[in-house]
Design a protein around this ligand. Structure first.
Ligand code: SF4
Ligand code: SF4
Length: 83
């Protein structure tokens, strides 16, 4: 499965939690111990096991468009080894 990660622009996040509910891997948390400059608790990626696939469902859901998604590019020229 593809590997990915996200970056959340914490200064623009409004803490609505929509991204967290959209993530099929349950990798996004609202940081209740911090506030951004707008006075909101921002969302944060919590992915110690590197389970993000870069599916972008969180970014599509975000009404503030503050999530950037990065996805590992497939290696070109390699033939999959049969199992
Ligand atoms: S890109 Fe997909 S797997 Fe990664 S945090 Fe967003 S919704 Fe979750
Ligand atoms: S959907 Fe966007 S605005 Fe809402 S908590 Fe997630 S990153 Fe923040």
């Amino acid at each position: 499965m593809a590997k990915g990660t996200i970056r959340i622009d914490q200064s623009r996040c409004k803490g609505c939690n929509l991204c967290a509910t959209a993530c099929p891997k349950d990798l996004i948390r609202i940081a209740l111990d911090r506030l951004n400059t707008g006075g909101y608790h921002p969302a944060m990626l919590f992915d110690p096991g590197s389970n993000c696939t870069g599916c972008a469902l969180c970014a599509v859901m975000c009404p503030e468009v503050c999530i950037s998604v990065y996805r590992e590019a497939p290696v070109k020229g390699r033939t999959p080894v049969p199992a």
